[in-house]
Design a protein around this ligand. Sequence first.
Ligand SMILES: Nc1ncnc2c1ncn2[C@@H]1O[C@H](COP(=O)(O)OP(=O)(O)OP(=O)(O)O)[C@@H](O)[C@H]1O
Length: 261
Amino acid sequence: MSSVLDLQAVTVRRGTKTILDSVDWQVNEGERWVILGRNGAGKTTLLQIAAARMHPTAGSADLLGERMGRTDVFGLRPRIGLASAALAEQIPASETVRNVVVTAAYGVTGRWTETYEEFDTERADDLLAAFDVLPLADRLFGTLSEGERKRVQIARALMTDPELLLLDEPAAGLDLGGREELVGALSELAADPASPVLVLVTHHVEEIPPGFTHVLLLKDGGVHRAGPLHEVLTAENLSAAFGLPLFVAHGGGRWMARAAR
Ligand SMILES: Nc1ncnc2c1ncn2[C@@H]1O[C@H](COP(=O)(O)OP(=O)(O)OP(=O)(O)O)[C@@H](O)[C@H]1O
């Protein structure tokens, strides 16, 4: 098994604040990870490191076999798909859905003067179809519902055929139906051996798609526990990571958690 991500003692400091504190984390081919932790635990910062969007203050980060700081990040970034609220904000509301996806092949968020190959347009349409949003291809991104936008963003993140796909809270703001559709789509993605390695940040264990294999519990910028879901996602570990007594259950491929009474 080759290592897709290998973080050793990764630390991120801003001013006097230590946001990530000596994080060790290895992700291998074929794995599907979920990252859980309280607000402010450092999840988004960790994803920024994994996406080659941020350098550690200390420690080493090897992404797809390339050491951050010794490699050209512009060559690395197209190999890593990222969908996050911060990236979504950069997408012009006046862009068509098809262009939102196709422009990822060119590393831009708004169509300008590029000319696109037919191959790119066909790939964009295939990805939109995979996430059930192809009928919206000619609509303006700004007119979509939140759930439709999330699915378009994931299609966009897959456009460059990345080896690693990072999803930062893709179900945030979705209603129950939207969440369940997204969980279903991500479960299908997880089951496909041709899919990239997946890393999903979420606040809710109910959003863990069936087929995900590993979990990283972040607490105060450090790794509380990391490993196979069924070993690590226990009431004891989740309670410690979130700082309150929790009851955790698993059934039908899904997880649930609530305060222990
Ligand atoms: N540039 C910065 N300067 C100072 N503090 C920062 C900076 N960026 C992030 N932080 C702080 O680092 C902590 C971790 O932030 P991060 O966004 O990674 O957490 P998170 O786990 O994704 O949180 P949430 O679940 O609320 O989205 C927070 O307390 C945040 O305020």
